[in-house]
Design a protein around this ligand. Structure first.
Ligand SMILES: Cc1cc2nc3c(=O)[nH]c(=O)nc-3n(C[C@H](O)[C@H](O)[C@H](O)COP(=O)(O)OP(=O)(O)OC[C@H]3O[C@@H](n4cnc5c(N)ncnc54)[C@H](O)[C@@H]3O)c2cc1C
Length: 508
């Protein structure tokens, strides 16, 4: 069986223990954990995998320096525990898929002596909390050192800075890697499969069956399951309402906009943390796959399938970039934009829904609906997806399946493709780098599908398209451009050129 739709549809004849709704980071994590615990798993995703929040993150594997600051300032133990958990996950996330995640240096510029001390102590604490899982120790830098090592930064009024380390991941492909591994171990994983409703037991009102539509063939399926996990991120409340209309909404979405600039605007491989904007946010300037990612915002929003950046958001991000960058950019320089919606958890059910989203804690919670037994995993961050999955499975085993807890095995489970075919000697460097970056040890296998370039100056190959359909369940051009290759999030004009090649494999 391969990771493609025809093979996965065949598996629908199998009996299932657990159905997971949602194929973002959270659902993917639950699918792998449950499969490793020995359960028969079905995961359905209404769009493409990671097509919502999980491909539109800032791509940081981090504890969150801002959250640590909030925890210390407000003496908030809950917030502190969340930072601790995330910091301790970073190394695991990097270790398990080294071709998709790596350490990232971040420079915090300081403009007063007081700031130098403040951030130096803050980053020291960040290192200390990480303990043995720290990626690399932070260090203070003088103005001269910054000018020498980081010529991209605007050094006017600068007093010094602090360099610290987090991780950076390819979010969409990381989710795919988790899902592929769950599938390889036996799970049935299906994109373009939308949950329509649940069939409940007549007396108990417990979920007995899931009813979903395969959106590619418009076929509806009704599948018996023992337990259901709702991992639909910002869409969580809609699925909770399907299971039990009496449940009160818990989610609040906040929008986070990013702009992308060409590489020439920020040299080197170190990111910049702008620690405090006039409205109390942090903004990152991050070297990202040959481009520069600037983001993000954090404003309350209404739920949307495809949130689009506003002009004011572009202006806001450009104006902050220009304050800190030696090379100034204008709106016309933006090569791409994307907006994600954070699935934030309202802690108090009766609180007004207009809470400031910046102050909502990014922690997660597992809820079991007493009536339907729907298990909803809500909130969280990309960085903590594995812990969220483990907590979900523990609660599900205890409260729904009522079995003894099985151990979580994901911590040391590598997500590296098994296929390891060497790339032939002498292939063009740009193609080799592109294939190794996206496919890791499977690069040679992908290359064997055909070496012709889609566009003469670019490393994307005609043969790759067949591989993506047969082994990565890509169904549309958007799946390829936005998530398998990640081009439309970085360079909209290149995405349009590639799409114009109109390969029939992805006509829609
Ligand atoms: C702007 C922004 C920046 C961020 N940056 C970072 C960061 O740098 N680091 C970090 O750790 N975290 C970050 N986060 C948080 C992180 O991205 C999210 O916590 C995480 O991606 C949420 O994943 P999820 O699977 O819960 O939700 P999603 O990725 O939204 O997945 C839910 C899925 O459920 C599917 N679905 C919904 N309804 C149905 C249905 N009826 N049937 C089938 N499927 C359905 C949706 O299509 C969707 O794909 C950021 C978030 C945002 C918005």
């Amino acid at each position: 069986m391969s990771f493609n739709r025809p093979d996965q549809l065949l598996k629908l004849n199998d009996p299932f223990d657990i159905c997971i709704i949602g194929g973002g980071a959270t659902g993917a994590g639950v699918a792998l954990d449950a499969t490793l615990r020995g359960y028969k798993v079905l995961l359905i995703e209404k769009g493409d995998f990671a097509s919502q929040t999980s491909s539109k993150s800032t791509k940081l594997v981090h504890g969150g320096v801002r959250y640590l600051e909030q925890a210390v300032r407000n003496l908030d133990w809950h917030q502190f525990k969340m930072v601790y958990k995330a910091l301790h996950e970073r190394k695991t996330l990097l270790k398990n898929a080294p071709h998709l995640a790596h350490p990232l240096g971040l420079l915090t510029p300081c403009y007063t002596h007081w700031e130098r001390w403040y951030y130096r102590i803050g980053m020291w604490l960040y290192d200390k909390i990480s303990g043995s899982t720290n990626l690399k120790s932070s260090r203070g830098l003088s103005k001269k050192e910054i000018q020498l090592e980081f010529p991209s930064i605007e050094s006017h009024h600068l007093r010094g800075g602090v360099l610290y380390y987090d991780g950076q991941l390819n979010d969409a492909r990381y989710a795919l890697a988790i899902l592929k591994e769950a599938e390889r171990l036996g799970a049935c994983i299906l994109n373009y499969a939308r949950l329509d409703s649940f069939e409940l037991g007549q007396k108990s009102l417990k979920i007995k069956k899931v009813v979903f539509t395969d959106l590619r063939s418009e076929t509806q399926y009704t599948i018996p399951v023992k337990a259901v996990v709702n991992a639909t991120g910002p869409f969580t409340d809609a699925v909770r309402a399907l299971a039990n209309p009496r449940l009160k909404p818990r989610m609040k979405v906040s929008r986070g906009a990013h702009i992308v600039l060409p590489a020439e605007f920020w040299q080197g491989d170190t990111a910049l943390l702008i620690p405090k904007t006039d409205d109390g946010r942090v903004i990152f300037v991050i070297p990202w796959r040959g481009s520069v990612l600037v983001g993000t915002t954090d404003d309350p929003d209404t739920l949307s399938e495809n949130p689009v950046i506003l002009e004011v958001e572009k202006e806001y991000l450009i104006s902050y970039f220009n304050r800190y960058s030696a090379k100034k950019a204008s709106i016309e320089d933006i090569s791409a934009t994307f907006v994600g919606q954070r699935p934030l958890l309202q802690v108090q059910l009766d609180s007004a829904m207009n809470t400031d989203t910046k102050s909502l804690v990014r922690d997660h919670e597992v809820e079991v609906d007493g009536r339907s037994k729907l298990v909803s995993i809500m909130g969280g961050k990309w960085t903590t997806y594995r812990v969220m999955a483990s907590d979900t499975l523990d609660v599900l085993e205890k409260e729904v399946l009522r079995v003894a807890l099985k151990p979580c095995l994901t911590k040391d489970h590598a997500l590296i493709p098994l296929a390891s075919v060497d790339l032939p000697f002498g292939i063009p460097e740009d193609i080799a780098a592109h294939l190794a970056e996206l496919y890791g040890p499977a690069a040679g296998e992908v290359y064997a599908y055909g070496a012709d370039r889609l566009i003469s100056s670019e490393p994307y190959l005609t043969g790759e398209l067949m591989y993506l359909k047969e082994h990565e369940m890509a169904e549309t051009w958007e799946d390829v451009l936005a998530r398998r290759w990640g081009i439309s999030l970085r360079d909209e004009s290149l995405a349009a050129k590639l799409q114009a090649t109109k390969k029939e494999a992805f006509a829609s």
